[in-house]
Write a protein that binds this ligand. Sequence first.
Ligand code: KET
Length: 451
Amino acid sequence: MRPEFGHGSSSATDRRLNALLRHLSSSSSPMDSRDSISASPTSGFQNDSVFSHVVRGPEDPILGVTVAYNKDPSPNKLNLGVGAYRTEEGKPLVLNVVRKAEQQLVNDRSRIKEYLPIVGLAEFNKLSAKLIFGADSPAIRENRITTVQCLSGTGSLRVGAEFLAKHYHQRTIYIPLPTWGNHTKVFNLAGLSVKSYRYYDPATRGLNFQGLLEDLGSAPSGAIVLLHACAHNPTGVDPTLDQWERIRQLMRSKGLLPFFDSAYQGFASGSLDADAQSVRMFVADGGECLAAQSYAKNMGLYGERVGALSIVCKTADVASRVESQLKLVIRPMYSNPPIHGASIVAAILRDRNLYNEWTIELKAMADRIISMRHQLSDALRARSTPGDWSHIIKQIGMFTFTGLNSKQVAFMTKEYHIYMTSDGRISMAGLSSKTVPHLADAIHAAVTRVV
Ligand code: KET
């Protein structure tokens, strides 16, 4: 009989010791067992891991770019992958207004670290709804909106999708082609089935409006439609207000349910109100919709994971029942959201001075990105780089969808140490006046040397 530790105890330590004993007693040579003991207490387990069948998963197409960039020792390396704002010095930026709000929080000795309610910080939720739907929104006045604090934009999308999969009669969501790479995974894992609608036309580098109308026109009645509220990622191409109006009419006539992803409010035009126009049009008609908000980009709170999901309903009574079900989605997922980021946002949104300061800093970030567009476009013109590059200036938001193919991207990474997603998207927010010439040289070489 093998010796057993713990006599029926199931503690993890006992199980490990028992496994070790089993391993030792089955070793053929006493030398082997001594070696495995002296090498490391765990090294003997490596070959019989219960996870030995697990295959290595691929890196994320966006966040994996940063992983590759971090491994590159070149002093000239440039990360234009992830959509994260950098200063002219190429450094991450913490907004002044965020520093001020954090100081206020630290100074306030009455602040505690208790759990938030399942739906998060009430004041944050109220102010977030006001930010996206507008201070004078009738839907807010009529209490027809439920807003819950979630883990940034991604978490808001996921909670919204889980709710829809459980409680909405249509489980198909239409996403634009192309779209942010994580959309398909978030919605599939939540239990929705994902289809796409035409959005971008590579020939014109603009919106395929006809294709969009046709695809949404033939979607089954009641289907969910994911819409980028502004600054479409990755294309930087948004519908005009007239086109939004046509989309709204079509969707309402077919009873399609809009689910807005608002990750860049303030980054498209520099104005928080202008960038929420699309959402407000859909709320103004009295119909229902969902909106996922992120403060990652517009307040630079990436790692704080602060965002909100709002569901606009027909009546206050429905909204309150919907909220009760959102709590049942959230509680077993992460129980309740973190307090710090939401407190920063609430401190800024509630105070007129801080709010104004924020809008100025936000506009400065948006303007720096626009100036990068002009500098890159000028640099390509100066090099007589073949092709029409006017889309660099026409597109809006954090990204330029360059039109470079995956071979050209690979070439730029290998020869110039420039990191970007393989679909040719570059984060303009990662550029600076100093790095524009290097990027322009790389693009010029890629389009002239790699087909
Ligand atoms: N929606 C869109 C359209 C989006 O681009 C992002 C992030 C998110 C939601 C989620 O952001 P969150 O940090 O969860 O609030 N996009 C950038 C970062 C990423 O991929 O996570 C990006 O495209 O680079």
